[in-house]
Design a protein around this ligand. Structure first.
Ligand code: FEO
Length: 396
């Protein structure tokens, strides 16, 4: 590919993955993903992160195209997850004099994943590494989203090499910088990357945003997705809203349903919410929509209503997977409603009650549980459940 510069002597080395179906072997990436690495050429040469290992050959070729026979002096490891450290071992083998730059949490991961490094530079908050004209300042942002995560701020160009923070699913289809792209495409993919990968660590993300705010950042170069240089507020505003659980008025309704009875209960609730003036209502069949997308809407809307039939005296499995994911991420500030259905014995609502206890969201109404087809008594209860949710949401 043509060489891409972020600034003079600062190069983009990115690769598009359109083959992988599931990121981390969990999250669907129908639009693929990019792995972005960066190279700074100065009196000393520094590589910022690497790429996923299936791209290592092209990665080495592209580096050589830029620096020829010169060695790389430093490999800055902002993040050790293998989608960025996958080429680490090969880089060390090709450039044996290289020094690995990380913080006190980094090198244990290097050793556990790859090898005991020979040359390391352990950096701390505010530590500056002088490359010549370029100065790399390191800021630790632990648990965004691993313990060792840090960012690298290049003080001359004012570029923030941000690791996963402010990254996105979706390949870079020609356009690499935000001003080269219609960002409508990334609206969902940036949010899914945040909610799926970073969403569990909202308080840490808030701390990171506050820590980085005093830096005079002109460009954000993440390890996935577009480079932000024309309108940094596009991504910063969104990250701030999501990580502070600033939720909109709306309801996500999720159900599992084998033969339609639980679905029918969900439809009654959804219709009543609309009658009450709730305009953002998203109804999902847990067997059809991957939790990656449902989680996104849970990070958007304040109301969550979940229904499950009993399945072998337990939750419907696809509902159970979603609820387990929600419990792991534990987003805050939600109102909750639960309902369910059974044929000969319970298990759906009973376990939804356990979810309610674990997640500690405010339950707006008593659980509604029907046996078989929906009958007038429980239909009236579902209307009350919807009314209770609408009352809470409309009260602000
Ligand atoms: Fe993109 Fe946490 O790795």
């Amino acid at each position: 590919m043509q060489q891409v510069n972020l600034a003079e002597n600062i190069y983009f080395l990115g690769f598009n993955d359109r083959r992988t179906h599931l990121f981390e072997n969990i999250w669907p990436i129908p639009h693929g993903i990019s792995y972005n690495s960066y190279l700074i050429v100065d009196e000393k040469i520094a590589l910022i992160d690497t790429v996923e290992r299936s791209f290592v050959d092209e990665f080495l070729d592209d580096i050589e195209d830029i620096i020829g026979d010169r060695p790389i002096d430093y490999l800055v490891i902002n993040h050790m997850e293998p989608d960025h450290s996958g080429a680490l071992k090969t880089i060390v083998q090709k450039y044996p004099g290289i020094t690995l730059v990380g913080n006190k949490k980094t090198f244990g991961f290097v050793e556990s994943f790859y090898m005991k490094p020979e040359r390391i530079l352990e950096v701390y908050d505010g530590h500056v590494l002088d490359l010549g004209k370029h100065k790399l300042q390191f800021q630790l942002i632990p648990m965004v989203h691993w313990p060792e995560t840090m960012v690298t701020f290049e003080e001359t160009s004012k570029i923030l090499f941000a690791g996963d923070a402010f990254g996105s699913y979706g390949t870079l289809d020609g356009g690499i910088f935000d001003d080269e792209i219609n960002l409508d495409f990334y609206e969902i993919e940036v949010m899914r990357y945040f909610t799926n990968i970073v969403g569990k660590y909202c308080p840490h993300t808030q701390r990171a945003i506050k820590k980085l705010t005093p830096l005079d950042i002109k460009m954000i170069a993440a390890t996935h997705g577009p480079i932000w240089r024309s309108d940094l507020s596009w991504v910063l505003t969104r990250y701030n809203k999501w990580s502070s659980y600033d939720l909109d008025c709306g309801v996500v309704i999720v159900y599992g349903s084998m033969y339609g009875n639980t679905q029918r209960m969900a439809e009654v609730i959804a219709r009543q919410l609309a009658v009450r003036g709730i305009k953002n209502i998203r109804v999902y069949d847990a067997s059809k929509t991957h939790s990656s997308y449902i989680i996104n809407d849970i990070f958007k809307y304040k109301g969550f209503i979940v229904g499950s039939p009993a399945y072998n005296n337990a939750l419907f499995p696809n509902v159970e997977i979603l609820l387990s994911t929600i419990e792991h991420m534990a987003p805050k500030n939600h109102y909750l409603g639960i309902f369910g259905n059974y044929s000969w014995n319970g298990g759906g609502v009973k376990n939804l009650k356990s979810f309610a206890e674990n997640i500690k969201w405010e339950l707006v109404y008593e659980p509604v549980e029907e046996q078989g087809a929906l009958k007038p008594g429980n239909k009236a209860e579902l209307l009350k459940l919807a009314d209770a949710m609408a009352d809470k949401l409309l009260a602000g």
